[in-house]
Design a binder for this molecule. Structure first.
Ligand code: N01
Length: 530
């Protein structure tokens, strides 16, 4: 097949990719998408109970006033089908679908130095030559399948939460083995427990789980947002990323034990899952303050879960609350009071293999009809390193990032000109609100592309010095946060052997945005343009 020309290739038709297509509609854009529909995260993660943990009035696009006025969310925290429906509505309303090549993931990118053009090769054999590539590949999109031997021998079905089938999966009458107790596991297990005969949950590390507080959206709340949308969106960009949290100004140490208890009790029942982390100003920076919040949640778990041994296993003690992404559940701890649910600790006796009948830990073999893996993602870097990306001088991104990702402002990589990432390594990512911050990054990127066109530049590249300076900024922010004390997808330690440091920018979205803007105002500091 011959090659074709475009101005820009966008990889991924998730929320950022869709907006990038709209924002750059005056260019010839081709978008490649691995799935057969739009929505990215909300296309793939269709497991039972999948639901967003940020209010939908906020977790939605702000780029078009008519869109945000006309769309109605049925619940405070939308379920996956509503989010997917919204992505489809946006694709149709703004005429984006025609530019997307579905079921056609990008397999190879190669930069041609003579022409300053990228050659993009896809699975279906498309070959597009373009000036710029925008990787809107998502930070939680490459599923993690631990390399247990024997997978092919298991005679039942194996599911991964991030590759859930579109057809209804019914576990009625089945013995189900469920691996993983992060955000996905916590949402899926209470629903599967209601269907299955037996549900055996394999936990390596317990999670902190807040009750979701989801309910039908009330009209006055919706009306309030819709009359103040512009202001609300502004607040979101000027906050930690989520505006519906009361950011406390006082330390946990400044309260009496009774006052602390009252504040935490209120946070536990609040409408935002993240309120516990901001109940005091120092929960994420002071270990003692954090311990007080952990103690509060441990007491909640012990009060909900009847069996004392199970309750102890469910109490996270090896990392600070907030160190891993706080989870939001619906009856998660209560589920362990059911007769048909069992919790198995695979920290003390790890899973060693899958077998024909089920799986084996170092202790014993378990028999199942189906196995569900909620084992998370090769986060932040996985979606990029799974593509064969060759930059200048034939250097590959895989090789460049073998000891961990390096970027300038989370957006570009030295040696890989004209390749932009949205939610790339060392951006705020899930530490902000992904749709709004994604929109912001798309606008920042599009402004650069338009400026290059105006000034007749054909190439932009980050410098190695700028990458090092950005790594220092990222580390300096992480060193002030207790987030560094947990093994999680934020630092790649959820996957054995994955190298690199902290991969998320925790200096707050406002500072991130300010530094990105400043770099452009200072004559593209940290970039070289030709
Ligand atoms: O993935 P995870 P996730 N043996 O990495 C376990 C977003 N999200 O899909 O903690 C045994 O959190 C692993 O154990 P450990 C959100 O940002 C949002 O649940 O690594 N167990 C862990 O228990 C979230 O943070 C929403 O020790 C193994 C689980 O699998 C992110 O996506 C909903 C194992 C993976 O948990 C990822 O969430 C869902 C092994 N070899 C997701 N390997 C909402 O908006 C892994 N595990 C609400």
């Amino acid at each position: 097949m011959g090659s074709e020309n475009a101005d820009i290739v966008i990889i991924g038709a998730g929320f950022s990719g869709l907006y990038a297509m709209h924002r750059l509609r005056n260019y010839k854009v081709v978008c490649f998408e691995a799935g057969d529909g739009v929505g990215g995260t909300w296309y793939w993660n269709r497991y039972p109970g999948a639901r967003v943990d940020i209010e939908s009035m906020e977790y939605s696009y702000g780029f078009d006033e008519a869109l945000q006025q006309e769309w109605n969310w049925p619940e405070y925290f939308s379920a996956q089908p509503d989010l997917e429906r919204y992505a489809n509505h946006v694709a149709d309303r703004f005429g984006l679908r025609e530019q997307v090549r579905f079921s056609n993931p990008v397999r190879r990118l190669a930069f041609d130095e003579a022409s300053n053009l990228w050659h993009v090769h896809s699975e279906q054999g498309d070959h597009v030559v373009c000036r710029h590539v925008i990787a809107a590949t998502g930070s939680l999109s490459a599923p993690n399948l631990p390399p247990w031997p024997g997978r092919e021998t298991f005679t039942g079905e194996i599911y991964h939460t991030a590759r859930w089938p579109k057809e209804n999966v019914d576990f009625s009458g089945q013995r189900v083995g469920f691996i993983g107790t992060g955000s996905s596991g916590i949402q899926a297990t209470p629903i599967i427990a209601e269907q299955a005969d037996q549900l055996c949950i394999f936990q390596r590390t317990p999670a902190f789980c807040m009750p979701s507080g989801n309910r039908p959206l009330d009209e006055s709340h919706e009306h309030d947002w819709k009359t103040n949308y512009a202001e609300r969106r502004e607040q979101m960009l000027n906050s930690y990323g989520v505006s519906l949290v009361d950011y406390s100004r006082f330390s946990a140490h400044d309260c009496t034990p009774e006052e602390r208890e009252q504040i935490l009790e209120k946070a536990w029942h609040s409408r935002s899952a993240f309120q516990l982390l901001f109940a005091f100003s120092d929960v994420m920076t002071d270990k003692q303050a954090n311990d007080m919040v952990c103690d509060f949640v441990h007491r909640k778990i012990r009060a909900i879960v009847h069996d004392p041994e199970t309750a102890e296993l469910l109490c996270p003690t090896s990392y600070p609350i907030g160190g891993k992404r706080l989870c939001m559940g619906n009856g998660y701890y209560e589920m362990y009071n059911r007769e048909n649910v069992e919790l198995v600790d695979v920290r003390s006796s790890p899973i060693v293999e899958l077998t024909a009948k089920g799986l084996r830990t170092t202790d014993q073999e378990y028999e199942f009809d189906a196995i569900v893996m909620a084992t998370g993602f090769d986060a932040v870097t996985g979606a990029m390193t799974r593509i064969d990306i060759q930059g200048r001088a034939g250097n590959t991104l895989l090789e460049k990032w073998k000891n961990g990702p390096t970027t300038h402002l989370g957006s570009m990589v030295a040696g890989f000109p004209n390749l932009f990432m949205i939610h790339g390594p060392a951006t705020p990512g899930a530490q902000a609100q992904m749709i709004t911050s994604g929109e912001w990054q798309v606008n920042w990127t599009a402004d650069i592309i338009e400026d290059m066109q105006r000034k007749a530049f054909s190439r932009i590249e980050a410098t190695v010095d700028a990458e090092q300076a950005w790594a220092q900024e990222v580390d300096a922010c992480a060193s002030q946060s207790l987030l560094r004390l947990a093994d999680s997808w934020y630092n790649g330690k959820n996957i054995e052997g994955k190298k690199g440091g902290f991969m998320v920018y925790v200096g707050g979205f406002p500072r991130f945005a300010q530094l990105c803007e400043q770099a452009i105002e200072e004559d593209y500091s940290g970039f070289v343009l030709e």
